[in-house]
Ligand binder design. Structure first.
Ligand code: NAD
Ligand code: MLT
Length: 312
């Protein structure tokens, strides 16, 4: 029997090589299909591999007569309707740690860019403006970094920020005072982290409980002039409330890699000079893309052949 796998988002060619070489697997790579086109084709496939562009909706799943497994080449599975997949007996696997380093490094790049106004100064200089006064920054040393969500990426960010001589204070429902002490970081409630931090970075999944976790009320409890980073998921920070908090001077700067709706082109936050942004690049490195493609390819091939998936 030959299993047919559809890859509907761009994945690393090196990472999917084992699938291409497997004797009983036929890989079809068709990226950029519209939701209607995908819905028309999905019934031909035993497995679907996606990154974050493809929305695996209840409607799509209802048309996927042969589908046995969906592989998400990344961490977040918020583009997949897990409830519908479970109801149809479809297993969903992800790649939980293949892009951890890249996301943590991107977060540090954002924090450092914010502190030193690097994107704004670069843009000004490219437009022939030599302005040293306007772009005076702040040091990270001795500043407090508040981390909301101390999972894989949050913990890697903490380790790197310690190297910058920052004080770390973290909140995570699974973090204990004892564990924080062992990691050499401070522990606090969400409220304490928000009120003590000079820089705040969020690293939670997007869940019902974390949607708009950082809202108007949360901004009010922060220090004046706080700088905030989101390299996790759009929607954890309420974008309208962030806009207001920047406009009224509470927030001095924000670095965003992710947005409530993606892709964005025009967005009111991008009009503010205090906002720096990247188009969801946290995991966009050669290494991370190869890692996540290898991980999901392995799980999908193993599962189709009667084995176990490591990351269901
Ligand atoms: P993880 O599962 O290892 O860690 C998430 C942590 O969030 C867990 O420790 C969990 O306990 C904590 N958490 C859950 N609810 C919380 C709440 N209400 N308050 C505080 N903490 C809470 O995940 P990870 O690999 O560290 O990924 C974190 C986020 O980064 C995810 O949203 C993921 O999708 C995103 N991500 C983005 C990129 C990117 O390209 N920008 C790349 C990789 C991951
Ligand atoms: C993830 O959740 O892994 C990231 O958002 C990266 C991606 O979408 O590729």
């Amino acid at each position: 029997m030959t299993f047919r796998i559809l890859i509907s988002d761009p994945l690393s060619e090196e990472g999917i090589q084992p699938l291409r070489e497997a004797e009983n697997i036929h890989v079809v790579m068709e990226t950029g299909l519209s939701p209607d086109e995908l819905a028309e084709r999905i019934s031909e496939f035993d497995a679907l591999l996606v990154r974050s562009q493809t929305e695996v909706t209840r409607e799509l799943i209802s048309k996927a007569a042969k589908l046995k497994i969906v592989g998400r080449a990344g961490v977040g599975v918020d583009n997949i309707d897990l409830e519908a997949a479970t109801e149809h007996g479809i297993i969903v696997v992800n790649a939980p740690d293949g892009n951890t380093n890249s996301a943590a490094e991107h977060t540090m790049a954002m924090i450092m860019s914010l502190a030193r106004n690097i994107p704004q100064a670069y843009y000004a200089l490219k437009n022939h403006k030599w302005d040293r006064k306007k772009y005076i920054g702040v040091e990270l040393k001795n500043k407090t970094l508040g981390i909301v969500g101390l999972g894989r990426i949050g913990a890697e960010v903490a380790a790197r920020a310690k190297g910058q001589r920052m004080n770390i204070k973290a909140y995570d429902p699974f973090l204990t005072e004892e564990k924080a002490e062992k990691m050499g970081i401070g522990y606090g409630t969400l409220q304490e982290v928000l009120q003590d931090a000079d820089f705040i970075t969020v690293h939670t999944p997007l869940l019902k409980e974390t949607r708009h976790l950082i809202d108007k009320e949360a901004f009010q409890s922060m220090k004046d002039g706080v700088q905030i980073v989101n390299c996790a998921r759009g929607g954890i920070i309420n974008e309208d409330d962030l806009y207001d908090a920047i406009k009224n001077g509470k927030v001095a700067g924000a670095a965003l890699d992710v947005f409530e709706e993606e892709p964005i082109q025009d967005h009111k936050l991008l009009e503010l000079p205090e906002v720096i942004a990247t188009p969801h690049l946290g995991a966009s490195t050669v290494e991370a893309q190869e890692n996540v493609a290898i991980d999901v390819s392995h799980d999908v091939a193993s599962f189709l052949n009667g084995g176990l998936a490591r990351n269901p």
